[in-house]
Write a protein that binds this ligand. Sequence first.
Ligand code: FES
Length: 169
Amino acid sequence: MAGAVLAVIAPFANLVGYFYRKEEEVSKRQKLANLKDLSPGSYIFFSYPQTGDPKIDNDPFRQYVLIMTHDGHLRVYSRVCVHLWCLPSYIPSRGALICPCHGSIYRDTDGVAVDGPAAYQQYPTNALPMGVIEVDQNGDIWMVGVEGRLGYGREWQRVKPDDLVRRVT
Ligand code: FES
């Protein structure tokens, strides 16, 4: 009996873990790169918040991508597809993140799904959660938090992607 109950709830362990994350786990200040490491159309995959333990850092719910879009804007997106939680890849030539499971396509400019099953979900459940980043006077890029619910979308209030990129002087 206990085994059956465990089998039913095990798939939701990640989800429960997410909702009960401690504040420091979604607001840690973590250096991602320097502006000179990026050029338009380039990107870097990383995990956040990083612990140094690969078993934890490889958790799909910690996977993000830092992108410099073709027009030079910085964006950080969670890589957990808001359809059924596969990990989209970034395809610079398409200016989009594309999910390998059912083909959802997310614009790199704002992380909103424009095609595939995720595009049929209502805002904000059709949009990838975004990283909040700071760029300091040395050009270092820091992630300082997350806007949205990983695997589910954004918070209910609409945010402009550029509002999540802060210049620190
Ligand atoms: S899990 Fe990404 S499109 Fe279905």
